[in-house]
Design a protein around this ligand. Sequence first.
Ligand code: GLN
Length: 255
Amino acid sequence: MKKFLTILLVVAMLIPFAALSETYNLATAGSDGELSITMGTNAEFPPFEFVEGEDVVGVDADIAHEIANDLGLTLLISNMAFDSIIPALTSGQIDMGIAAMTVKEERLLSVDFSEPYYNARQALIVKVGGSVVDAETLKDKTIGVQNGTTGDYAAEEYTADVQRFGKALDAVLELQNGKLDAVIVDEPVAKNIVAALGNPDLILLDAVAFEDEFYAIAVAKGHPELLEAINATIKRIQEDGTLDAILLKYFPTEE
Ligand code: GLN
């Protein structure tokens, strides 16, 4: 009888999980059979996602934990190249792409986006005393970017000589070594990398009026329930102060 009750209890506990997995059409189950939701990201983009010890941490990882908690699911994080995230979504390997990803019309052809959670823009990093001093001198120069990003597209507006790197840091290191004339990368990340390198010769040049960009969470098309659940968490963390607290944690020096 006791055994029967235990089985009954276990089955009763599993039903909501199974229903959840079906409702949200989730790609993955955890290694121990726990139901999980998988975030795909490129953990080379501090402070939004970076590796600390064995963990992927950052603004986006914290947001993903909020989503998983609200859904009662375990969060798994899959670290990959930025330009692999959309293919991983469309092929069902991950459930959500959270990677400081800008909502772009071209991307909306293959994935859906949540409501935005952060407003950013690109930034131009140059070397003091270098050849780039304004928008005019940026033309036809060698510009480093992270492959497949909005910085990559912005650089193409100025030059045919775009040097693409897997991570923004490698581009900035090349700039530091004198191999590039400038780097274009998302402003919060540009500030973070320049501060971390502590090289006074690297500066953010406020010379180009880059457009506003909105970061949102990408999901495969045809998952309206998952998108709705993600939007509900974004709304909650915007309203209850959780998002501000997360941003403050990773941007301690900014308002
Ligand atoms: N916001 C940029 C984009 O969406 C860069 C994102 C990233 O490199 N993680 O293209």
